[in-house]
Design a protein around this ligand. Structure first.
Ligand code: SF4
Length: 363
């Protein structure tokens, strides 16, 4: 077995996996990856081009910025416009267009919007500016949410009152249930996310697997990791024996990281959330527990995330659910480019439109 990331980068291993996939694959199948880092790795390494015609990879709702609802983006902008507020955000949110503005435009207009690399950096800004409120937009899946929760705990421990989080966090498993219910596209198997699974563990997908009996394999991010997952999915499908497998055991366990989950669950509780392109999904988001609501930007600033229209003509919602591919969007490469993005799927470096634009030059 391969134990080290180095081995997964060796081209011979990838080539041998491609051969095995080619000889095992008979029927046409569609496999969905639900992780932006997988999407990028698949494109960067040309994985779609080496697979047999029988295997189609489709990108699902794996890019955290892309699945953030338009109303949530608008709410971040409203926070930036609020007096005495500093918005401290991850850089990839800066250019995401809200209805009529973006955080970047707000900064250009003189609002205090700062790029940080972690929620802890935002806490540090709050420490330095006790007279102002620092709002951190909490965007991301279970990979990010525990670190944001940890920063809330540290702010609480030191009695910091001016650090606020606008939670727009999302939980992956409820979204997979919703995708299955929507039946918008045919999915024959899931390439399950590596980073998220480090936290929630392979076991978190068991209820999904029990309900739908759909093959699912947790994958790492090297080319051989992804090919390995594809090979296992093909084998499961061809043998008629669907399973839930972990092809990334060097990082992911069945139970995940209970400590990280506990931190997340101390601060947040599951709540219904709206996803771009998917609407409201039960228990797919995270809200503050009442004893931490002093850190809740929604409550403290009184900002709501109202329903809002996606940018006109942008098909990001259908791209996220695998219904369309970027070249099927009329704006792709015309009005919408990474320099002039119309929707979040082009803004985010993990977005499917950005991945296509960068690596799929022939489309
Ligand atoms: Fe939206 Fe641009 Fe992607 Fe079209 S190409 S779906 S406008 S982000």
């Amino acid at each position: 077995t391969l134990k080290h990331a180095e081995e997964y980068r060796q081209p011979e291993i990838s080539q041998s996996l491609v051969r095995r996939i080619r000889s095992a694959s008979r029927r046409d199948i569609r496999l969905m990856e639900v992780c932006g880092t997988h999407t990028m790795s698949i494109f960067r390494n040309g994985i779609r081009t080496v697979l047999p015609e029988t295997v189609t990879l489709i990108s699902g709702p794996g890019c955290p910025v892309c699945v953030t609802a338009q109303g949530e983006i608008d709410a971040f902008i409203e926070a930036a416009r609020t007096e005495d507020v500093i918005v401290a955000t991850f850089g990839d949110l800066m250019r995401v267009p809200g209805t009529g503005s973006s955080l970047e435009r707000e900064r250009a207009a003189g609002r205090d919007v700062r790029v940080v690399y972690s929620a802890a950096d935002a806490v540090e800004i709050a420490r330095k500016h006790p007279d102002r409120k620092v709002v951190f937009p909490g965007v991301g899946f279970e990979t990010t949410a525990p670190t944001v929760a940890a920063s809330v705990l540290s702010a609480a421990a030191e009695g910091l009152k001016n650090f606020l989080v606008f939670t727009a966090h999302k939980r992956v498993v409820p979204a997979l249930f919703a995708l299955m219910e929507m039946q918008a596209v045919r999915i024959d198997g899931f390439i399950l996310p590596g980073h998220v699974s480090v936290v929630i563990g392979t076991g978190a997908y068991q209820p999904l697997f029990e309900k739908y009996r759909l093959p699912g394999v947790v994958a790492g991010f090297e080319p051989a990791d992804i090919l390995q997952a594809v090979y296992r999915l093909v084998s499961q499908i061809e043998s008629g024996a669907p399973g839930l497998e972990n092809a990334y055991p060097r990082a992911v366990t069945w139970a995940g990281n209970p400590k990280a989950v506990q931190i997340m669950e101390t601060v947040f509780r599951p709540a219904d959330a709206v996803w771009r392109g998917m609407g409201q999904i039960p228990r797919s988001g995270l809200k503050f527990r009442s004893r931490f609501e002093d850190f809740d930007a929604r409550k403290v600033l009184g900002i709501r995330s109202a329903a809002a229209e996606a940018p006109k003509g942008c098909a990001c919602g259908q791209i996220i659910t695998g219904v369309l591919t970027p070249p099927e969007c009329p704006l792709y490469k015309k009005r919408c480019t990474p320099l002039n993005p119309v929707g979040p799927c082009m803004v985010s470096s993990e977005g499917t439109c950005a991945a296509y634009y960068r690596y799929h030059s022939f489309s």
